[in-house]
Design a protein around this ligand. Structure first.
Ligand code: NAP
Ligand code: MG
Length: 405
């Protein structure tokens, strides 16, 4: 078979620990034999971020802006314990995902990979539910206060033009707790655009929920901005036969549970934090959750939702066999290659991405799975537990067959 040619490079962001090991294996076994892979490579491994004073992360994000499509391996976000583990670190570098998200002004969409042998806890869910979480502001950027005596709190806004607006929060007769939170219209607008854009990409309905009956101004503004931004996408939605649907968060929760799945649910920051854990757990496993960062102007960064799987990495370093699930990382590659194919008009690349994903599904459906999935498999499923390398080899065999290579 002649390898599939690419036009524009993918932005490739390598990462850390077990997922870095999987990264190399996936490329060697599933991509390089079939695709004349063109990438612009950025090493976001922790030590290289440290050597470049984290400039490599910024460069990788800017390259994503330039080329439009990136694929990223999971990376370590250093904390106190990591500072001890890696004494050469000159700073507790910020989360690369946070840096990239800020530069792209993007929204993260998380989608479970559904397979026959692992059924969602919610039995009427037949198709994946994608959660879009707004990643700026609200309680995550709030200021808080605990007061001890009776009194009154006021919210004061001082405009740069000298105007001032004041509202009384509450008068209290004893100790109290207080919180001041905000959001920016520009951020809400970017969030809305990314959601509408992604709904068009997936050809799926978009749901958005807030609590605007109670929070009439704050959540009311979210609702209004979504309605305003929708106007630019309305015709495309109608053409595709998809719907934008707004409802209250409590109504949304009830409808989601009763639904068949197969839509995107846009959530405010806190709702998205909570609901994405609920939805992903109900679908099965973090190892089967994909993630894509979409910017309002249509740039895409694909990755797995899980981390670097540290515990497996330390077993691997000791020479022990590991059965780490590479599915989400494979789907990051297939997602990125498919998008590159669509943007560059390379049908073979789109077809390759489909066949790669189908080879994964065939492998899992015939019972070959990593150990995390064997524990979740429906009773009666014939399971053959395999290690990561064996799993990738079986997928590669099936892929080769379906490509006629
Ligand atoms: P994690 O890497 O997601 O792993 C937590 C546990 O989940 C693992 O120990 C494993 O359970 C299971 N697991 C996750 N992915 C799996 C897979 N592909 N196959 C099999 N089992 C899997 O989270 P963490 O251990 O909390 O974080 C490790 C590092 O990842 C941290 O340094 C963190 O900063 C980083 N992180 C990065 C990203 C990102 O780059 N997007 C996201 C989250 C975390 P068992 O051990 O029980 O098998
Ligand atoms: Mg959370």
């Amino acid at each position: 078979m002649k390898k599939i040619e690419m036009k524009t490079p993918l932005v490739e962001m390598d990462g850390d620990e077990m997922t870095r090991i999987l990264w190399g294996m996936i490329k060697d076994k599933l991509i390089l034999p079939f695709v004349e892979l063109k990438t612009e490579y950025y090493d976001l491994g922790l030590l290289h971020r440290n050597e470049t004073e984290d400039n490599v992360t910024v460069e990788a994000a800017n390259a994503t802006k330039k080329y439009g499509v990136a694929v990223k391996c999971a990376t370590i976000t250093p904390n106190k314990q990591r500072m001890e583990e890696y004494p050469e670190l000159t700073q507790m570098w910020k989360s690369p995902n946070g840096t990239i998200r800020a530069i792209l002004d993007g929204t993260v969409f998380r989608t479970p990979i559904c397979i026959d042998s692992v059924k969602p806890v919610v039995k009427n869910w037949q198709a994946p539910i994608t959660i879009a979480r707004h990643a700026y502001g609200d309680v995550y950027k709030a200021v808080e206060m605990h007061t001890a005596v009776p009194g009154e709190a006021k919210l004061v806004f001082t405009g740069d033009d000298g105007t001032e607006e004041t509202v009384s929060v509450q008068r209290v007769d004893g100790p109290a707790v207080w919180q001041g939170s905000h959001n920016k219209e520009s951020s809400i607008r970017s969030f809305a655009k990314a959601c509408f854009q992604y709904a068009i990409d997936l050809k799926q309905d978009l749901w958005f929920s807030t609590k605007d009956t109670i929070s009439k101004v704050y959540d009311g503004r979210f609702k209004a901005i979504f309605e305003e931004e929708f106007e630019a996408y309305r015709a495309k939605f109608e053409e595709l036969g998809i719907e934008y649907f707004y409802t209250l968060i409590d109504d949304a929760v009830a409808r989601v549970i009763r639904s068949k799945g197969g839509f995107i649910w846009a959530c405010k920051n806190y709702d998205g934090d909570v609901m994405s854990d609920m939805v992903s757990t109900a679908f099965g496993s973090l190892a089967m959750m994909t993630s894509v960062l979409v910017s309002p102007d249509g740039k895409y960064e694909y990755e797995a939702a899980h981390g670097t799987v540290t515990r497996h990495y330390y077993k691997y370093l000791k020479g022990e066999e590991t059965s780490t699930n590479p599915m989400a990382t494979i789907f990051a590659w297939s997602g990125a290659l498919r998008k590159r194919g669509e943007l560059d008009g390379i049908c073979e690349l789109v077809d390759f991405a489909d066949k790669l994903e189908n080879a994964c599904f065939d492998t899992l459906n015939s019972g070959y799975m990593t150990k995390d999935l064997t524990l979740l498999a429906e009773p009666g499923t014939e399971v053959h537990p395999v290690n990561s390398g064996e799993f990738l080899d079986i997928i590669a065999g099936r892929l080769r067959e379906s490509l006629g290579a």
